[in-house]
Design a protein. Structure first.
Length: 293
């Protein structure tokens, strides 16, 4: 079923005055009408759009799919297209997020057309992505937070068992970090933590996983690494942090680390408990060292 334009002379004026972007395309997907709000949103002049295919404003990778959806809608029975979210591209290359709604029309000559209404939801999607990031990441360092880190550990354990590959974890704790906050203030302590996170991220492999468990304690997951390789990796990390100078007063920090390898029947909690015991052994033996459970 389609809507019939019973008073077609009024349509251009109504579309032009609408505060949201509206376009009308023919059955082949070619622009026949665009209102000022549509042109403003996409950054094109009216004459640059008329006669062009509507996929001009969508990413190239999605053009074939959207063309197929358009053809199915034109040939189908529904007068309204399902409301959907899409990523689109302005003339200047800027990406935007929209909600697109469409209706099928039949003009006075019996030609089928499609009217599409575009609502800008770019800021809403940006906020949603930001909130999702904050729900999973530590705001100070940008690393996975404790909750997301423990969830990722469960995923890595499941993957290691499924693929039959080793997995080691390390709990790394900055030595005497409270003294940094006491002597230099919490702002400088925060800067030091950010620097530590940057050093650790740069030193580890791209597929290793790093999370901040809380305070000055970090969790490192080393997929595919057996104990000897894990010990070498964490020892390199320890030495790199020992040499680093962090923050404006060039703070010197050291780290103690406990390493544990995944054993048969281990849960994430059991694996972390063994790494934690190894960490406290490193602390008791003088700090600034790594120990393997």
């Amino acid at each position: 079923m389609s809507l019939t334009l019973s008073h077609p002379d009024n349509i251009p004026r109504l579309i032009s005055a609408a505060p949201i972007g509206i376009c009308i395309t023919n059955a082949d997907g070619i622009y026949e009408m665009v209102n000022p709000a549509y042109c403003d949103f996409f950054g094109y002049r009216e004459d640059e759009l008329l006669g062009q295919h509507f996929t001009l404003v969508v990413p190239e990778a999605h053009r074939s799919m959207l063309s197929q959806l358009h053809d199915c809608f034109i040939q189908g029975e529904d007068a309204r297209e399902i409301r959907q979210e899409w990523e689109v591209v302005r003339k200047d290359g800027a990406q935007r997020s929209i909600i697109a709604e469409a209706v099928r029309l039949v003009d006075g000559h019996g030609a089928v057309k499609k009217a599409t209404y575009v609502t800008d939801i770019t800021e809403r999607k940006r906020l949603e992505r930001r909130l999702d990031f904050l729900a999973r990441h530590d705001e100070l360092t940008g690393l996975l937070n404790r909750r997301a880190g423990l969830a990722r550990l469960d995923e890595e354990i499941a993957r290691a068992r499924r693929q039959g590959t080793p997995l080691c974890v390390a709990i790394c704790d900055l030595d005497h970090f409270k003294q940094i906050n006491d002597r230099h203030g919490h702002a400088m302590g925060d800067e030091a933590l950010q620097g530590v996170a940057e050093v650790m991220h740069a030193e580890l492999r791209r597929y290793d996983v790093l999370a901040r468990l809380g305070g000055e304690e970090f969790l490192v997951m080393l997929p595919g690494a057996a104990r000897p390789a894990a010990e070498q990796a964490i020892e390199r990390l320890r030495a790199r942090l020992e040499d680093a100078r962090l923050g404006k007063p060039d703070l010197a920090l050291t780290v103690s680390a406990g390493i544990a390898g995944l054993a048969e029947g281990d849960s994430g909690e059991a694996l972390l408990e063994r790494a934690d015991r190894a960490l406290y052994q490193a602390k008791r033996q003088g700090r600034n060292r790594t120990r393997v459970a």
